[in-house]
Design a protein around this ligand. Sequence first.
Ligand code: PLP
Length: 342
Amino acid sequence: MNKFIDFRSDTVTQPTDDMRKAMFEAEVGDDVYGDDPTVNKFEKIAAEILGKEAALLVPSGTFGNQLAIFTHCKRGNEVILGEDCHIIQHEVGAAAVISGVQLRPIQSSKGEMNPLHIKERIRREEDDIHYPSTGLICLENAHSNGRVISLENMKEIYKVGKEKNVPVHLDGARLFNAAAYLNKDVKELTQFCDTVNVCISKGLCAPIGSVLAGDRKFIERAKKARKLLGGGLRQAGFIAAAGILALTDMAERIGEDHETALYLAKRLEEFKNIEVLHDSIHINMVFFKLNEFDSIKLMEELLKHNIKINPAEEGLMRFVTSYWTSKEDIDRLISKMKEIME
Ligand SMILES: *Cc1c(COP(=O)(O)O)cnc(C)c1O
């Protein structure tokens, strides 16, 4: 039987051989005491790469975003963010539970928000007895819809935040994908946010973790809040060791996954009942409509051949490429799909 190939997400990525070796050999200590040399090294490297004063290793992307909200905001604050962002769609309503904030979703046009819409909605509790204060603006880049937000849009929103004295948090789960698409250094993106959260366990292949970066004072407060939320880890250097390679070697090559995605999109064009959403392919995700064929049936049939996909979500299929996806894997997927569908 063929090996498993998996197009469901880039979260399924296994660590590389280099990562396994680095984890095995990692020098570790109790990070709650600040004694883990590998965590300290990881956080220093992360801060440098992300262009911020300090950084903090956290257990997951959701943890990093929620920790940012918790640290930036007071209970009863309002957070302005796009209606289709991950924090609203896929974080279990955590901002209400953990931070007691009100999320104020605004219209998103393919992931981009209109800076004027944001400006109009910023409120201060001193101005009216009915008002909460806006505590935070959240951006997402790359967006989970597969598209990359322009630098111009980020810049304008950040300017609004600065003018109104409201901090901006960037959910950069796939920040390196966004930077590769824009052909820019990640610092050119992170200059337009106060804090940023990056997942190391998606396309960057580390097994666990995210990193939250910001200025030193913010990260000090976030560190205390991370402990409160149960995210103070002990010998976390085993994770950080893989994380260092994620942020360096793996981040450098992430653009290759975008080329693989374009190849996959091209091959999907061969099906007359598939409609590829070409303008949504910016990173390692291919979105398409599967017409006149049941996506659950396709999923079940492919699984018999050790190929994993997700069924359609809200009428859209999504295939994701990663470090572990080869051209041969895609050819195998396409030929199996032809057998099943034709
Ligand atoms: C995956 C993801 C997250 C959350 O990461 P988890 O590690 O799954 O908690 C946050 N934001 C975006 C845009 C993501 O894609």
